[in-house]
Design a protein around this ligand. Sequence first.
Ligand code: 5GP
Ligand code: ZN
Length: 112
Amino acid sequence: MEECIFCKIANHQQKTDIVFENEQIIVFKDMHPQAKVHLLIVPKKHIESINYLEEEDRELINQMIFLAKSLAKKQGIAVKGYRLFFNVGRGGGQIIDHLHLHLMGGGGLSDG
Ligand code: 5GP
Ligand code: ZN
């Protein structure tokens, strides 16, 4: 997946603002933030979208959600609230074809 920008970021071939990393997952700031806090929680494994998830990815998705919970707390947006979402396919607003979970909050959301 040499042409995939999120694979490049995961492999440290492309610089970005990384806020968390372990063996399976990397989290970095969105380059065009839509809110004060806008992080992308990205599995290092190249999965195109939720549509391409397999049984073996259950634990990975599990980890991503719990990581979002802890990052929301660390970023100080857990109490007020935040938005957590996957865009799936062009009709769902997905531009980058490498699975990513958006974590957004801290002001700038359309409804507060
Ligand atoms: P999507 O619309 O696919 O769900 O979201 C892709 C997100 O990735 C967009 O919010 C976009 O701003 C962000 N993005 C695209 N390319 C890069 C990049 O090279 N670096 C970073 N940090 N964010 C990116
Ligand atoms: Zn990729």
